[in-house]
Design a protein around this ligand. Structure first.
Ligand code: NAD
Length: 356
């Protein structure tokens, strides 16, 4: 009997269902070739969950995610739910899910496909060949540190990291680097912050367990500049929560298109894999969304969470081939398109190439 994997599926709102359906199509095409099987269980989150149950993250979704091998997620949110109180809004469902799954590692690749170098706002010679991953600590640092608050005319937040928190995110980054270019740049502000000094010392200690990986350190202000000046120097960027928040958005724009890039929130019992973009209410229901970011998220999911390297390579190569042969959804139609296709057609093409 073929090896079975249980995938939790959260389609969400807006274009979520359209793009997740295409990722499932591609996963199934690959499974048939690799002699494995994916079993899908759908769960509600976001606006659809609010409409059905009154809350953005029903307990059933948390339970379902926890018993899945991995979770594939589309996107949530939309104008219909914008006026609800913050804790009842769709986005709070995603934050609560990441917390429930103890997803302390946010992994965001930034890849510039050769065929789309002109989609970037930077010069082609600067971005051609960029293939980097930002590994961001997601559950600690200044966004969560205590004390925080407001008193009279002052307000304060606290940047705190413990050694175990730094160790576990560093290990995630080193494991990823081992499977790639074996280079890590750890980004901090150790010239000013005590917490960054601890970060640096701890990362250096973990590095001793990975002698093949070349480790360097960079201050965050310099890293922000280097990402624009010479992004090809990076393989894996390891950093804390607030620096990673900013740098991963900066890195994602190297590729020039929001419809291409995947991400993961992982580290706990089950990881959540999702496109970096939102639910795109402006184009929802029209069948024109670019499904590539979600298909690439499915590839990341099976590579990082399930260890299915060959199957993931099939998907990544199929995406590259579809772009190389000039298939483009509307968002990228201006960049050397030979065939402009809708969401389903792009899914069909990638599924076909992935099964070759
Ligand atoms: P967005 O990413 O949804 O859309 C920004 C622009 O990019 C829009 O013009 C949209 O049409 C386009 N776009 C996005 N994905 C695309 C794709 N796959 N193919 C083609 N074009 C695409 O960001 P927004 O408009 O700021 O937010 C819309 C909703 O999504 C909001 O409710 C927001 O809170 C939510 N959101 C959710 C997530 C998430 O679920 N992780 C992330 C960001 C925003």
């Amino acid at each position: 009997m073929s090896k079975q994997y249980n995938i939790g599926v959260i389609k969400g709102d807006g274009i979520g269902p359209e793009i997740v359906d295409e990722a499932i199509k591609v996963l199934d095409a690959v499974a048939a070739k690799e002699g494995i099987a994916f079993n899908y269980s759908e769960y509600l989150m976001g606006g659809v969950a609010i409409d059905a149950t009154g809350v953005p993250l029903p307990q059933e979704t948390i339970d379902g995610a926890l018993k899945s091998d991995a979770v594939l997620f589309g996107a949530i949110g939309g104008p219909k739910w914008d006026n609800l109180e913050r804790h009842l809004r769709p986005e709070s469902g995603l934050l609560a899910l990441r917390k429930a799954l103890n997803a302390f590692a946010n992994i965001r690749p930034a890849i510039v496909y050769d065929e789309l170098v002109n989609a970037s706002t930077l010069k082609p010679e600067v971005v051609q060949g960029v293939d980097l991953i930002v590994v961001r600590e997601l559950t600690g640092g200044i966004y969560f540190g205590e004390p925080k608050g407001r008193e009279g005319d002052k307000a304060y937040n606290t940047m705190v990291y413990t050694i175990p928190e730094i160790e576990r995110i560093a290990k995630v980054a080193f494991e990823i680097a081992m499977k790639r270019g074996k280079k890590i740049c750890s980004v901090d502000k150790a010239n000013v912050l005590d917490v960054s000094q601890l970060w640096r010392e701890t990362v250096e200690r973990i590095a001793k367990d990975y002698p093949e990986v070349e480790l360097s350190h960079m201050y965050v202000d310099n890293a922000a500049m280097q990402l624009i000046r010479n992004p090809k120097q990076f393989d894996v960027i390891l950093t804390g929560n607030i620096f990673g928040d900013i740098l991963s958005d900066e890195a994602s724009m190297l590729s020039g298109s929001i419809g291409l890039l995947p991400s993961a929130s992982t580290g706990g019992p089950t990881g959540v894999y999702e496109p970096i973009h939102g639910s795109a209410p402006d184009i929802a229901g029209q069948g024109i969304a670019n499904p590539i970011a979600t298909i690439a998220s499915a590839s990341m999911m099976i590579r990082f969470e399930l260890g299915l390297e060959a199957a993931a390579d099939r998907i990544d190569n199929a995406i590259k081939k579809a772009l190389a042969e000039g298939y483009r959804t509307g968002d990228l139609a201006a960049f050397d398109a030979k065939t402009v296709c809708n969401t389903q057609e792009m899914g069909d093409v990638i599924a076909r190439f992935a099964a070759e």
